[in-house]
Design a protein around this ligand. Sequence first.
Ligand SMILES: C[S@@+](CC[C@H](N)C(=O)[O-])C[C@H]1O[C@@H](n2cnc3c(N)ncnc32)[C@H](O)[C@@H]1O
Length: 322
Amino acid sequence: MQPNEFEIESMPGDNPAQKTIAPTQPAFWRQVVWRLSPGTTVGRAIIAARQRLEDAECDTPHLDAQVILAHVLGVDRTWLFAHHDYELTDSQTETFTALVTRRMRHEPVAYLVGHREFYGLDFLVDHRVLIPRPETELLVDAVIDHIAMREEQTITVADVGTGSGAIALAVAANCPNSRIFAVDLSQGALAVACENVTRLDARGQVTLLHGDLLSPLPEPVDMVVANLPYISSDVYRRLMRDVRDYEPQLALEGGPEGLDTISRLLTQAPRHLNPFGLIFLEIGYDQGRAVVQLAEQILPQASSIRLRQDYHGHDRLVIIAL
Ligand SMILES: C[S@@+](CC[C@H](N)C(=O)[O-])C[C@H]1O[C@@H](n2cnc3c(N)ncnc32)[C@H](O)[C@@H]1O
């Protein structure tokens, strides 16, 4: 091929005439623009997108293609199964191919569709916040269980590093006797959390605060709950690109051993907790011993420090009682 010629490939549903469309260059900088022909059906669009996503080494290409298409059409994924022959409009086709092209570059599906379910609630998410993870539901379970034991009193909670507001809002939705301060250092994250607080109608229960760890709290609290950055700098550099290239570094990287932010939180905690206060921390699967040792050093007055495992049997939570 000569410079400025265009490469054309063919897939079911693709429109070769509109397709690839970058001058011939060494492969590493060729930008492939992908298009589907007008009148492509749901079935063909999914097959074509799945193939593209498989080629791009996405982990769940079929599911991703379905979730993106359902989002573009404004329907449930189940609707797609019964409407394989539905023909996409031009604008639907264009939006779908644009989103699939972003997914081919490994942008997370949750950012493409703009939301993610967590603890049965729908959260708006974008590149300013970490996408809530299923393992964090274990932390929410533990907090809700403790609050349920004290249902006659109002419990004050600080959700430190609230991100999208996932933990704060899941606890608020399940514990009417809780009052929650949700803190983040990132103004961008707080803007997303604010939208979620409003959408989930929790303004009376959740107060958003900007600042470092516990420093913005206006009063001592009964519980500190935190899913802070805990990935070591070395592991951070080797994370899959879906995470490293798209999710906020501030949400993920916790210094050389991953424990810098957790360590500072433990140091601040006694000044911001009521007597018999509790601390709930999510940790990395291999950090159990290190975090327990850290807590023993920083909080020798603690009455108990317990580890809890996730469903894979890995250490995932540390619960500290002062
Ligand atoms: C792992 S994300 C957790 C987000 C959310 N809580 C969740 O579980 O989905 C960590 C969050 O901590 C915030 N963060 C990092 N350092 C912080 C600090 N020193 N003070 C307050 N928030 C911080 C980040 O901006 C990010 O939103």
